[in-house]
Design a protein around this ligand. Structure first.
Ligand code: C2E
Ligand code: CA
Ligand code: CA
Ligand code: CA
Length: 278
């Protein structure tokens, strides 16, 4: 039977040699995909709890592979991390996301755009300067760019990550901790990070209406975030019941299938014209 390795790529009963050869192929295909614009950005709306209207989108990458079809990010992000392609992948995503944001602003739709960074990116000393250059080139105000960084990425190599996070903070972009609650970071360390926002992991949000423990975690994370002066975002909002509960608990922003799945740029424009959340 077919099984996936952690690059998401099919391993039958291949020999070691065959599979490492296949790995090299996958890597060079990914490099070409980045160069040839085979990657595609999807955008998932984020909704403000106060107004119940869109306030931003998260950019999520996919790969339109000529033979393997439409690949979700968990099938190639790890390969990018392991093969030194993360820097160029992130650069590609940032540029496309900022171009989309600029196009929305031109159309009078002033929402922000969030881009996911990986642990690797926090070691890249060029990153702040590269982001500044892209903001300049696309003419997007820094305050419209949100950078989502997982709790575990922030914790890895804290000293060098902190230097880069502080530089980004000075540029006035918004920094968010992604998948909050899934890492083992100390609150003491987290409170020293220059972050503006925390994103409660969808595993808690999806369970909270049926699981008392998940509910307590979500409610206390909202309070913790607010007490630290941070904005709190919930991801994985799939039901109206969850939306209403989060509103009542003072959550600032929600993202999830209830409002919209991630959409292509064209579908996002349609959604903005038609949805009651827009
Ligand atoms: P993430 O940053 O936590 O993104 C949220 C994921 O949850 C997305 O999956 C989204 O489609 C999914 N999601 C959103 N709302 C719901 C919901 O209501 N229910 C459920 N069940 N799922 C929901 P996606 O697009 O497959 O992305 C998976 C992960 O891949 C992302 O998790 C992120 O860690 C990574 N990723 C995606 N794009 C990029 C990128 O450009 N750069 C990097 N470094 N990582 C990326
Ligand atoms: Ca994210
Ligand atoms: Ca800041
Ligand atoms: Ca997340």
């Amino acid at each position: 039977a077919a099984k996936h390795d952690n690059c998401g790529f099919l391993l039958y009963s291949e020999s070691q040699e065959q599979s490492s050869r296949a790995h090299l192929t996958f890597k060079s295909e990914l490099r070409q995909a980045i160069e040839n614009d085979e990657l595609v950005l999807y955008f998932q709306p984020k909704i403000d709890h106060t107004t119940a209207r869109i306030m931003g989108v998260e950019a999520l990458v996919r790969w339109q592979h000529p033979k393997r079809g439409f690949l979700p990010p968990d099938q190639f992000i790890l390969t990018a991390e392991q093969t030194g392609l993360m820097q160029s992948l992130t650069h590609w995503v940032l540029e496309k996301a900022l171009l989309q944001c600029a196009a929305l602003h031109k159309a009078g739709i002033f929402i922000n755009v969030a881009v996911n960074l990986s642990a690797r990116n926090l070691h890249d000393k060029q990153l702040p300067a590269n982001i500044a250059r892209l903001l300049d080139k696309t003419n997007v105000e820094p305050s419209y760019l949100v950078l989502e960084i997982t709790e575990s990425a922030m914790m890895a190599d804290q000293a060098s990550a902190l230097v880069i996070l502080n530089q980004l903070d000075k540029m006035d972009v918004t920094l968010a901790i992604d998948d909050f609650g899934t890492g083992f970071s100390s609150l003491a360390y987290l409170s020293k990070l220059p972050v503006d926002e925390i994103k409660i992991d969808k595993s808690f949000v999806m369970e909270m209406m049926s699981d008392k423990q998940a509910l307590v975690i979500v409610k206390s994370t909202i309070d913790l975030g607010h007490n630290l002066g941070l904005k709190v975002v919930a991801e994985g909002v799939e039901t109206l019941e969850a939306w209403h509960a989060l509103t009542e608990w003072g959550c600032d922003c929600a993202q999830g299938y209830l409002m919209s799945k991630p959409l292509s740029a064209a579908d996002l424009m349609r959604w903005i014209n038609e949805s009651s959340w827009a």
